[in-house]
Design a protein around this ligand. Structure first.
Ligand SMILES: Cc1cc2nc3c(=O)[nH]c(=O)nc-3n(C[C@H](O)[C@H](O)[C@H](O)COP(=O)(O)OP(=O)(O)OC[C@H]3O[C@@H](n4cnc5c(N)ncnc54)[C@H](O)[C@@H]3O)c2cc1C
Ligand SMILES: *[C@@H]1O[C@H](CO)[C@@H](O)[C@H](O)[C@H]1NC(C)=O
Ligand SMILES: *[C@@H]1O[C@H](CO)[C@@H](O)[C@H](O)[C@H]1NC(C)=O
Ligand SMILES: *[C@@H]1O[C@H](CO)[C@@H](O)[C@H](O)[C@H]1NC(C)=O
Ligand SMILES: *[C@@H]1O[C@H](CO)[C@@H](O)[C@H](O)[C@H]1NC(C)=O
Length: 554
């Protein structure tokens, strides 16, 4: 081959790569200069006590969360839609609308109140939270926005129309996604340099795409620290067709049985006075569960769609036997170290990520703290003594391969959360991946960039002032690293599964064996989409909504 041809090819390749990266980053994100949140959606939000005891809609969406809001907004373009959400409106909890509220949201004690972050403990002993507010977990999360990896689109069991996937991501991004300003976080900037120094390259700059190396991702916090969660996507709907009931806790699905089979006809929900309401779907309408990876399998089981002998043992009438409801519950382990900084850190939620084949590295920093949530930095007893900024460096495992099950704690009261077990590290590959991830953190600690956090330990040595777990000293001792992984396991709150595609729902997310019932949320995933799921869950709501509209008009 002639030199000039090679040159031309390289040039073409470069243009292609640049074009590819450019295309996905140049399209418009949300406008950070908006004077305030757009609360238009509040016009259609009603307390469930003010909703009729019986009513009819084309579609009922159970759970006004990350996937539920964009789905409902999309369907409302042509049909009447009722969203039922057990939590309050975000305006009732101003801290969910601000970036600096991130930690305090997670710390709030329930005391019987409807807090936006509902605490629970997995049977593995890990403290977790899930969203309980309009907008769902997107209103309490760390705001990092990054799209799914290619493998997800191959493995997820859904036959994706990639053109529509791109459009649906863009629809989301133009309303709720911002480009972070890294110069406002000394911690994120330093860790980014450390990642590059430790070989997690190349430097991919700012990108929403899943690409190996280190990048700055999108954020649902704007540069003024305002949070834009899935709730803002309700504004993109036809508000005349959309109604949202809050403090509306769905208890079960109502079914009818005909020759054509079992069909979902509506739902029973209770308001804050304990009064029971019924909402029905008309004609070709559907009930859609978007109650999340804990809520959706729980509701299916309570409604009689689950393992036959298990339901019978709880005296729940079996509507449709489904051996896999509540099975295949996954939670990606988070393992981490905390460094107490000798100088003040600007508080930051997740803004950068290091992407490798087997794990992702993410990071947070807090201001000087007196208390911090157990679920973020374990060991609350010591925390009151601390008065310096803290930086956390964590790994999230790809996958994971280990999984467990969800079982009801109450067979009649939906307000009593189910028991969940994830069996962290039951699969040896998960443990091996954690070991290599924590060794990478060991390498990070040896970089020049991170050395600025070392303090004088003795007259001749400098060392990090760790808060909580410290890495094993011997970087080649896999057994100790494995022990470290098991001992310090925590959650990154990306739990998923319980109603998997191919097991409980089909490739269009319809519940198999039942008409007019779909599930659209993280309970359908068998695999983590990219580094963080919210981008793909919001996209999914929009995507399935468009598909449903297309099906009905064809
Ligand atoms: C602390 C934390 C930090 C995170 N950080 C990030 C991050 O930085 N980036 C990222 O991409 N992801 C992050 N995640 C994960 C991400 O937010 C979740 O995976 C995602 O929001 C789940 O979406 P979902 O639609 O499946 O469920 P959800 O958004 O949780 O929605 C479910 C909704 O259903 C409601 N519901 C449940 N049961 C009922 C019922 N019976 N009746 C009525 N309503 C009901 C709930 O109240 C909730 O509003 C984080 C999560 C948490 C908790
Ligand atoms: C962003 O919002 C500001 C203030 O509302 C407005 O002046 C500006 O034109 C908007 N920019 C874009 C690109 O829409
Ligand atoms: C980023 O933040 C810095 C520090 O606050 C500020 O000087 C700079 O103008 C910001 N850049 C952008 C693009 O907003
Ligand atoms: C913690 O540090 C801040 C700022 O450095 C200081 O104002 C405050 O008094 C300190 N509090 C305690 C309990 O030491
Ligand atoms: C480190 O661990 C490896 C593997 O267990 C072992 O062979 C080696 O002797 C250890 N090194 C030290 C200094 O203890």
């Amino acid at each position: 081959m002639e030199k000039s041809t090679i040159g031309a090819r390289l040039l073409l390749l470069n243009l292609f790569v640049l074009g590819f990266l450019g295309q996905s980053t140049v399209h418009s994100l949300a406008n950070s200069s908006a004077p305030d949140h757009d609360f238009s959606y509040m016009k259609i939000v009603k307390d469930a006590t003010d909703l009729p005891l019986e009513d009819k809609y084309d579609y009922i969406v159970v759970g006004g969360g990350t996937a539920g809001c964009p789905l409902a907004a999309t369907l409302s373009a042509s049909y009447s839609v009722l969203v039922l959400e057990r939590g309050s409106a975000p305006t009732a909890h101003p801290s969910v609308l601000r970036e600096e509220g991130f930690l305090s949201n997670l710390m709030q004690e329930d005391d019987g109140k409807i807090t936006p972050a509902q605490k629970f403990k997995s049977e593995d002993g890990v403290a977790i939270v899930r969203g309980r507010v309009l907008g769902g977990s997107s209103m309490i999360n760390a705001g990092f926005y990054s799209k799914a990896d290619r493998e997800f689109f191959v493995k997820s069991g859904i036959k994706w129309d990639m053109d529509l996937v791109d459009k649906a991501y863009h629809w989301v991004e133009s309303t709720v996604v911002f480009r972070p300003n890294l110069s406002r976080s000394n911690w994120q900037s330093i860790v980014k340099e450390a990642l590059l120094e430790a070989g997690v390259g190349p430097n991919n700059g700012f990108s929403l795409d899943h690409i190996k190396g280190t990048k700055v991702g999108g954020s649902t916090f704007d540069t003024h620290g305002r949070r834009y969660g899935a709730v803002e996507l309700l504004n993109r709907g036809n508000l005349k067709n959309l109604r949202v009931g809050i403090h509306a806790t769905v208890e079960k699905i109502i079914f009818s049985s005909k020759e054509s089979g079992v069909s979902a006809r509506g739902v029973v929900y209770i308001d804050s006075n304990g009064r029971s309401h019924r909402a029905f779907v008309r004609g070709k309408g559907e009930v859609i569960l978007s109650a999340g990876a804990i809520g959706s399998p729980q509701l299916l089981l309570l409604s009689g769609v689950g393992p036959q002998s298990y339901l019978s043992s709880l005296k729940i009438p079996v509507v449709h036997p489904q051996p896999h409801t509540g099975n295949f519950m996954y939670d990606n382990p988070r393992n981490f170290i905390n460094i107490l900084s000798p100088f003040p850190l600007q508080p930051s939620t997740v803004k950068i990520v290091g992407i490798t084949d087997h794990f992702y590295i993410e990071t947070l920093s807090s201001m000087p703290i007196s208390t911090t949530p157990y679920s973020v930095f374990p060991d609350p007893a010591k925390l009151t003594k601390i008065n310096s900024s803290l930086g956390l460096i964590a790994i999230k495992l790809v996958g994971p391969l280990s999984y467990g099950t969800l079982k009801l704690q109450s067979s009649s009261d939906v307000r009593v959360g189910p028991n969940v077990r994830f069996n962290y590290f039951a699969h040896p590959l998960d443990l091996a991946r954690c070991v290599s991830g924590m060794k990478k953190i060991g390498e990070l600690l040896n970089t020049k960039s991170l050395k600025v956090f070392k303090v004088q330990a003795s007259s001749s040595t400098k060392a990090y002032n760790f808060y909580g777990p410290t890495l094993p000293m011997n970087q080649t001792d896999d057994a100790s690293f494995g022990e470290f992984c098991r001992h310090t396991v925590s959650t990154i709150w990306h739990f998923h599964g319980g109603c998997l595609v191919g097991k409980v729902v089909d490739s269009s997310l319809r519940v198999m064996g039942i008409n007019a019932l779909r599930i659209v949320d993280a309970s359908t995933f068998n695999f983590t989409p990219g580094t963080n799921p919210q981008a793909t869950l919001m996209m999914l709501g929009r995507y399935i909504g468009i598909k449903m509209l297309q099906q009905r008009s064809s």
